[in-house]
Design a protein around this ligand. Structure first.
Ligand code: NAD
Ligand code: DAU
Length: 347
């Protein structure tokens, strides 16, 4: 799976992965291990979204060191980054619905935390800093697909915080020559994704015998990118991306939310009656679509079809109730009551 990037990564000896106990970050740690990177440091605060169980096998590998710490804490960051030749920065508050309920943690981690990391990267002369960002920074793209030169029009506090962080990262290249590369990935899905996000929420709700809430008319479109394809794309950007450049990551798997949920229901042998249409997300972006030509010019291609990725994802959540059932208790239950409790059924 990582053969096409393994050779390219050999020039890096010690890589810091922020947010490596989260969804995409934990898959990226697996990719680095498989590529034979000799030292992988994971810096993660272990917020509600971080989970050491995502790295259950990897943490026993001698190459992997886990450090619990906040990216907004300069001391923790300095200790984690000293001696690293590359940083791949995933750590963030990532859920749009939570950002709408409470934006402050998004500014603290996504903006201020990124600036602390950038400062440390300058001090330690890292050879490459990959800032992992999102297609949401462009705002909604109603037709076609945008390239990296498109204006930033974020429309929710999460997207705005990521756009601010992107611009800060790029400013460190322009002002100080820090070798920054920014990636802007599409909606990612696969094993180990927190059940707050649409695909795992739908699968786990059905497995619990609960309805699946769809916001508004369910015709909002996202481009669904399987998590290992997203990680390979980041590895290409790490190895071969040009400093100061941005790379969009899209898979060309555009689907309306309603179709995504119906496909999950079919895989679970359930009818559409499991769907409940509820009040829309405020400021809900209708469609995201990015053009990944620049990354494809480096040799990257998505390899997992949406049908195959979704089949693997549903099977994983069916097998790993031990992983997600505890996550749907406590903190998540309180958040879900706040997020979904105020939404009305739309018929
Ligand atoms: P996630 O929410 O699953 O994981 C985030 C991780 O960051 C968690 O382990 C959490 O503990 C850690 N974290 C949060 N605040 C921290 C802090 N202050 N200090 C240290 N660690 C902290 O996120 P994800 O879905 O894996 O996303 C990872 C990155 O990829 C994010 O930057 C996100 O913006 C970006 N991204 C995500 C998607 C997607 O669809 N999931 C798509 C494009 C880009
Ligand atoms: O586009 C990349 C972004 O994708 C990432 O940057 C974010 O970190 C990630 O969370 C994701 O954002 P979205 O808002 O697109 O993902 P989410 O899974 O929350 O929602 C996907 C779509 O499904 C969106 O149109 C809202 C809708 N939705 C979501 C939930 C949780 C529902 O209809 N019902 C729901 O219960």
């Amino acid at each position: 799976m990582v053969q096409d990037v393994t050779d390219k990564l050999q020039t890096f000896r010690r890589v810091l992965v922020t947010g490596g106990a989260g969804f995409i970050g934990s898959h990226f740690v697996r990719l680095l291990l498989a590529a034979g990177i000799s030292e992988i440091r994971v810096l993660d605060k272990l917020t509600y979204a971080g989970n050491l169980a995502n790295l259950a096998d990897e943490l026993s590998a001698p190459a992997v060191t886990f450090i619990q710490g906040d990216i907004a804490d300069p001391k923790a960051v300095a200790a984690a980054m000293a001696g690293c030749d590359a940083v791949v920065h995933f750590a963030a508050e990532t859920h749009v619905d939570r950002a709408i309920l409470e934006p402050a943690p998004f500014i603290q981690t996504n903006v201020l935390g990124t600036q602390v990391l950038l400062n440390a990267a300058l001090a330690y002369h890292v050879r490459r800093f990959v800032h992992v960002s999102t297609d949401e920074v462009y705002g909604e793209v109603l037709v076609g697909a945008v390239n990296e030169a498109a204006p930033l029009r974020p429309r929710n506090p999460y997207a705005a915080s990521k756009a601010a962080a992107d611009l800060l990262a790029l400013s460190y290249y322009a002002s100080y020559g820090l070798p920054v590369v920014v990636t802007r990935g599409a909606n990612t899905y696969g094993p180990y994704q927190h059940p707050e996000k649409l695909i795992p929420l739908a699968i786990t709700n059905v497995l619990e015998g609960k309805p699946v809430p769809i916001y508004g008319d369910g015709l909002q479109e996202r481009d669904w990118l399987f998590v290992t394809d997203h990680c390979r794309a980041i590895a290409f950007a790490l190895a071969d991306g040009q400093p100061g450049q941005i790379y969009n990551i899209g898979a060309g798997n555009h689907r309306p939310n309603r179709e995504v949920v119906r496909a999950i229901l079919r895989l679970l042998h359930c009818s559409d009656e499991w769907i409940t249409y509820v009040t829309d997300r405020p400021g809900h972006d209708r469609r995201y679509a990015v053009d990944p030509q620049a990354l494809m010019a480096l040799g990257w291609r998505p390899t997992v079809s949406f049908e195959e990725g979704l089949r693997q994802t549903v099977a994983w959540y069916q097998q790993r109730r031990d992983w997600w059932e505890p996550m749907k208790q406590g903190e998540f239950a309180a958040y879900a009551a706040r997020n979904y409790g105020s939404r009305q059924r739309m018929g």
